[in-house]
Design a protein. Structure first.
Length: 255
């Protein structure tokens, strides 16, 4: 009798443990290699940025795992400028490297990680190195040629007028063209190439290089208000050097 009572007591305790033990939470993993579309909330360029500057973005499209949204639109992403190079005056394009390191879901759940650029806006005329996740500035050979050509034309016009006054139009034309071209060339050599720009409102993709894991509680967005969307900016901008002004009245650029 006593053995039966002990056995029943043990069974009750085991049953109680089974009732009290919560069921394991389901987990959802965003795999490495996932592309997450983002939009820029601030602007960054090689002209003004320094290593360590922060970059702020928002997600644009829901990322789903097993039919469940785990990263909804409006999730915040923060990154860091880890490397940059300004374009040279004679040669060498600008370069910009951004690393993403923090994700904040609309319900406040945070994940720290390391990720890099997977692609940039298709409308952007800057170069992109997919292997390194690095943005490279565009060249400006046509613009440089235009500056020199405008200088030669302007110089030739001025020289022709001066030559006519001195009754030597041909000589004035040649001297003026050469002087104008030389002035244009000097302006090109003293001017840096186009800076790399990530403009506010432009879009890009973050490429995960390690898994992001969440459980059911992490991705519970009930009661979360409408997600904030970043104000649209101008999108990709042309960062070519301005060549609209004449050479003769051109201001020299500040280094």
């Amino acid at each position: 009798m006593r053995s039966a009572i002990v056995l029943l007591t043990a069974l009750r305790l085991c049953a109680q443990d089974v009732v009290d033990k919560p069921a394991p939470l389901k987990t959802f993993t965003v795999d490495p290699g996932t592309h997450i579309p983002l939009t820029m909330l601030n602007s960054v360029s090689t002209k003004h940025a320094v290593e360590g500057d922060r970059v702020y973005l928002e997600s644009l499209f829901p990322i789903m795992v097993n039919g469940k949204v785990v990263i909804p639109p409006g999730s915040s992403v923060a990154g860091t400028v880890t490397s940059l190079k300004r374009p040279g005056r004679v040669k060498g394009k600008g370069e910009l490297y951004v690393r993403f390191d923090t994700l904040i879901l609309p319900n406040g759940v945070t994940r720290d990680f390391k990720s890099r650029l997977g692609s940039i806006d298709g409308r952007d005329n800057q170069g992109f190195d997919r292997e390194e996740g690095k943005i490279k500035g565009e060249g400006n050979k046509s613009g440089d040629a235009q500056v020199i050509g405008v200088g030669a034309t302007t110089g030739a016009t001025v020289g022709a007028i001066a030559g006519a006054a001195a009754k030597s139009t041909g000589m004035g034309l040649g001297i003026g063209a050469a002087a104008g071209a030389a002035a244009g060339l000097m302006g090109v050599l003293l001017t840096r190439g186009p800076d790399v720009v990530l403009a506010k409102g432009s879009t890009l993709e973050m490429l995960l290089d390690r898994p992001l894991q969440f459980d059911e509680n992490d991705i519970d967005f009930q009661g979360v208000g409408g997600v904030r969307r970043g104000t649209d900016g101008p999108g990709p901008v042309s960062n070519k050097k301005s060549n609209t002004g004449g050479v003769m009245g051109r201001r020299l650029p500040i280094p």
